[in-house]
Design a protein around this ligand. Structure first.
Ligand code: ADP
Ligand code: ADP
Length: 211
């Protein structure tokens, strides 16, 4: 299956992606994770992306598109993939279409996880990541076990200020790709509020998968 997960920051894309890739056995392609790895490694891409990310802006299309176009050509993506956080702009969506067309493949579905703006800041500021396992926690909604609390990371852009900037970008740049996919009959809307397990069940059902 070739899938895209769309949603505002903190919608639960990473959380749901973990369940989905396990179920589907396809690679999880998170452009946020790829860009953070480039920043941590100090690559040319990382140096260019860092400022945009810290401020809660979008990294420019010319930097992000090639990462994904090259990644989906790799052999582990032949049977499918789950894109998380890409595309985030209309030009990214069009570039992905061209790349898939050239490869003779097509998307199966685009899942939008919907969460109202007023819930987003609390989700983002309480998010913590485990750098060893990649697991995503929340201080209130999904508290980490005590023994790993010391090693958890708080993302630099998970501040209230950067979160509000990201939310604004989501509405101005990313939300317009939703009608683009709706017109193609690919869109599945999922309510992202409530128990993550229940959300996963709804998501599987929307994709025609058994839980
Ligand atoms: P979130 O969990 O808030 O949805 P991500 O981890 O997906 O955030 O992305 C973190 C940051 O990385 C974004 O705020 C943006 O600066 C950058 N980024 C990730 N994916 C893209 C993309 N497709 N286009 C532009 N910038 C991106
Ligand atoms: P995204 O990748 O869309 O930015 P995450 O999956 O990282 O979102 O989730 C953002 C934060 O919200 C994390 O701290 C996560 O533990 C928490 N979270 C995820 N799903 C839910 C949910 N259904 N209800 C409450 N909190 C959630």
């Amino acid at each position: 299956m070739r899938l895209i997960l769309v949603g505002p920051p903190g919608a639960g894309k990473g959380t749901q992606a973990a369940a989905l890739v396990q179920r589907l056995n396809v690679p999880h392609l998170s452009t946020g994770d790829m860009l953070r790895a480039a920043v941590a490694q100090g690559t040319e891409l990382g140096k260019k992306a860092d400022e945009f990310m810290k401020a809660g802006g979008l990294v420019t299309d010319d930097l992000v598109i090639p990462i994904v176009v090259e990644r989906i050509r790799e052999s582990d993506c032949a049977a499918g993939f789950l894109l998380d956080g890409f595309p985030r702009t209309r030009p990214q969506a069009e570039a992905l279409d061209r790349a898939m067309q050239a490869a003779g493949v097509s998307l199966d579905a685009v899942v939008v996880i919907e969460v109202p703006d007023e819930l987003i800041v609390e989700r983002i500021t309480g998010r913590r990541m485990d750098p060893e396992t990649g697991a995503i926690y929340h201080l209130k909604f999904n508290p980490p076990p005590e023994e790993i609390a010391g090693r958890l990371q708080h993302r630099q852009d998970d501040t209230e200020e950067a979160c509000r900037a990201r939310l604004q970008k989501y509405h101005s740049e990313t939300a317009p790709i939703i009608p683009y996919y709706d017109q193609q009959g690919l869109l599945r809307r999922i309510d992202g509020v409530g128990d993550p397990q229940r959300i996963a069940e709804n998501l599987f059902a929307a994709l025609g998968l058994d839980a």
